[in-house]
Ligand binder design. Structure first.
Ligand code: SAH
Length: 352
């Protein structure tokens, strides 16, 4: 067992089973042993890779979409360009480079990064030294807000509940025979899940992300009040149904309880929950990543870059384009939604 695993086993033996959300929070962000808190997990040598790490085209097109939204809203100044969970800072660096030619944009913006991992803050500071860092969205400035969140919401802890009559049993992390295991709490009504009684049956499992409503409502309120927009990109679908908790270690699926703190833990994002908390701002139609990037001109950009490449570099560039957009790769599993002011239109690539 890992060092964090031993701590968790001792804690559960002392005070009883913990929710999956408490388990995930410790696995990901425990100050000494947390997966994100202590390492840079990205890239070919790491546990997983993400769209901005696959190709520079991703951050470039996201940046240009946000810059065009800024132009469409009348070039307000000053503005906040923010990212939630920026990883290595690659997306933001590519977005800034691609938007250098947009007149007035860089003079108007300041970069704000919401990141809780000290290890990843250090990696981000190497690429974006001019940024200001935040622990949470609450301290983002009161200005128009252009915000990007790629694979941020999937890293927020979730709770899981199994339907039992008109009540729910919560999946808990417990200890039996000295090892971590899953158990179920006694059935009880859950106010949070009142609306899921209509679309579930006995035995169905549903997931709830406790931090999602507050994060979404906070950025939506700022966007409605001051202008701007958010682009939220993640894997998931309109509603989540079933167990989507997944652990990745060295690019392979792993048992989520086997190596606490040493595997990435994520869950599918429930985009309906994001939409439900966008009020009073509006939300765009949920769109697949492949369609979003095509509309922004990824094919033309890919061809322009390919002309400058030969050999292996060209082959891997073509594979990266396919990986981001093809329905059998990330193109359909990943979805994009925007939050934008009720007085504006969605950013390029998305529809009202
Ligand atoms: N957006 C990046 C990284 C995705 S991984 C990319 O696409 O490559 C998830 C990121 O969110 C990491 O940077 C992680 O440290 C950060 N993160 C996870 N939970 C967080 C929280 N509650 N608050 C702020 N950042 C968080």
């Amino acid at each position: 067992m890992t060092a964090l695993g031993d701590l968790l086993i001792a804690r559960i033996a002392r005070t009883g089973p913990i929710s999956l959300a408490d388990y995930m929070a410790d696995c990901l962000m425990h100050p000494r042993h947390g997966y994100y808190a202590t390492r840079d997990p990205f890239g070919a040598a790491g546990d997983f890779t993400t769209a901005p790490e696959i190709s520079q085209m991703f951050g470039e097109l996201v940046g240009l979409s946000l810059a065009q939204a800024w132009v469409d809203q009348g070039r307000p100044a000053p503005i906040t360009l923010a990212e939630l969970g920026p990883g290595r800072g690659t997306l933001m660096a590519d977005a800034l480079r691609a938007t250098q030619g947009v007149p007035g944009f860089h003079d108007a913006l300041s970069v704000h990064l919401v990141e809780t991992s000290p290890a990843l803050r250090a990696a981000q500071a190497e690429r974006i030294p001019q940024a200001t860092w935040h622990d949470s969205v609450t301290t983002l400035p009161d200005t128009p807000l252009l915000l990007i969140a790629n694979e941020f919401f999937d890293a927020l802890p979730i709770r899981q509940f199994v339907r039992d009559g008109d009540g729910w049993r919560e999946k808990m992390v417990s200890v039996s025979d000295g090892a971590l295991g899953f158990g179920l709490s006694d059935a009880a009504p859950v106010a949070l899940l009142e609306d899921r009684l209509a679309d579930t049956q006995d035995g169905n499992l549903v997931e709830v992300c406790p931090q999602l409503p507050f994060v979404t409502a906070t950025i939506s309120t700022k966007i409605q009040q001051f202008g701007g927009c958010a682009l939220i990109i993640d894997y998931g679908d309109w509603h989540s149904l079933g167990d989507t908790l997944q652990a990745l270690k060295a690019q392979k699926y792993a048992d989520p309880l086997a190596t606490p703190g040493e595997a990435d833990l994520t869950a599918h994002v429930d985009f309906a929950a994001i939409a439900a908390n966008a009020n009073p701002a509006k939300f765009s139609r949920l769109t697949t990543q492949g369609v979003f990037l095509e509309r922004l001109g990824i094919t033309q950009r890919a061809q322009a870059l390919a002309r400058k490449l030969t050999g292996d570099a060209r082959t891997s560039h073509i594979a990266a384009h396919r990986r981001l957009t093809h329905p059998a790769e990330m193109g359909e599993l990943f979805k994009v939604i925007s939050i934008y002011p009720s007085t504006a239109t969605p950013p390029p690539g998305l529809e009202p």
